[in-house]
Every structure is written in C-alpha cells, then in structure tokens.
Design a binder for this molecule. Structure first.
Ligand code: E4P
Length: 214
C-alpha cells in the first residue's frame, strides 16, 4: 500500500515528506479554501515538493465544464490527477478525459457499485470515503473490501484509494485488505510510527549506555 497525504497545507506536506516519502497528495475544495492559497499556485507548489500524483479537484458540475477545467488543471503539471465527483456528469467527463490521456480520481465514492462504474468509465483512481460512511453508522472498510474483491475478480486496473481516513485502525485494515493506496491526514503519519514501548526501550538503552536522559 502506498501513502498519499490528504492536505493542502504546504508546510505540513514538506515536513512529512522529509521523513516519510510521499507517493502523492490529495486536495479537495475545502482543504484548498482552508490553505488560503490560490488553487493553481498551490497545486504547482505541491508538485514541486512531492514526486507523485497530486489530485486537484474541479468545481464544475456539468461534464462539459468539468472537461474544460480538467484540461487547465492537467496543464499545470504532469503530476496532476484531476479529481471529479462520482456523479453521472463526472463519469461522462472521465470517459472524455480518459480518451485524452488525462488521469482522474473519482471522489466521494460511497459504494462498491459506484466504484465499479468509475472503473468502467476509465478512472485512474477511485476514492472510497471510509470515515464519512462510519460517521453515518455504516462500515466504510466493508465498502473497500467489496471494491477490492470486485476489481480483483475482473482484473480492473483502476486503483483503490482509501480516503476520509480518521484513525489508525482504518490504515491497518486498508493494508490488510491489500488496498493500493491510502490518503491520510498529516497527524496520522506520526501516530503510525509512535509507540510507548519504543520510547521506553530507547530510554532504557540510553541509560544502560551511561547517557544522561531527561
Ligand atoms: C480525499 O481525497 C478527501 O480529500 C478526504 O479524504 C476527505 O476526508 P474528510 O471526510 O475527512 O473530509
């Protein structure tokens, strides 16, 4: 499983990428608004930091406008993957963009059948929003499991991207299921490597070696 970071905060991307080489970045309109940066400048800056795919989302809701916006976003940098909502118009746009060799990430996916439709339209990635499913009392990871099973059964090339990740149990479950990719909020990267026994063991070793430990 490869790791993307789910943020539009340049400082956080730079910081994490120093010790956890990122395979990509996902942004969305809410994250971009929170950053306070201009969308296109922001996407270019992110592409200069991370050597991987950078998802930039369209705001248009008709396929015609989505395709136009997608072409502008894709023209910003070769690493850009255009994020489109998983609605009928988004699928129509995905088909056109696929024919133009523009990579796509179908977002706001909440069912395995939506994921299958995205794959058949030619999506490069499909983002399954596990946290938002859990929020309404459903099991987000169950949708990931179903999607992986269906994609593997039909040898579908679309990559399953686990998104809307809230905690480490999502990360562990995604890895156990064999998800291709996960996009995590910045704070989870550190949580993933921290362990109290590691800290305790390190202190013991340093003391044993005669080092003064605070
Ligand atoms: C993914 O691409 C989205 O940006 C993100 O994971 C949404 O997460 P949220 O449900 O925490 O807003």
């Amino acid at each position: 499983m490869k790791f993307f970071i789910d943020t539009a905060d340049i400082k956080q991307i730079e910081e994490v990428n120093k010790w956890f080489p990122l395979a990509g970045v996902t942004t969305n309109p809410a994250l971009v608004a929170k950053s306070g940066e201009k969308h296109h400048n922001l996407i270019r800056s992110i592409c200069s930091i991370v050597k991987g795919s950078v998802s930039a989302e369209v705001l248009a809701t008709s396929s015609k406008e989505m395709v136009k916006e997608a072409q502008v976003l894709a023209g910003l940098h070769s690493q850009v993957v255009v994020k489109l909502p998983l609605i009928q118009e988004g699928l129509k746009a995905t088909r056109e963009l696929n024919a133009k060799n523009i990579s796509t990430n179908l977002t706001l996916c909440f069912s395995a059948l939506q994921a299958l439709a995205a794959a058949r339209a030619g999506a490069t990635f499909v983002s399954v929003f596990v946290g938002r499913l859990d929020d309404i009392g459903l099991d987000g990871m169950e949708i990931v499991a179903q999607t992986i099973q269906i994609f593997s059964q039909y040898q579908i090339k679309t990559r399953v991207l686990v998104a809307s990740v809230r905690h480490l149990s999502h990360v562990l479950a995604a890895a156990e299921l064999g998800a291709d990719l996960i996009t995590m909020p910045p704070a989870l990267f550190l949580k993933m490597v921290e362990h109290p026994l590691t800290d305790k063991g390190l202190i013991q070793f340093l003391k044993a070696a005669g080092r003064k430990v605070d």
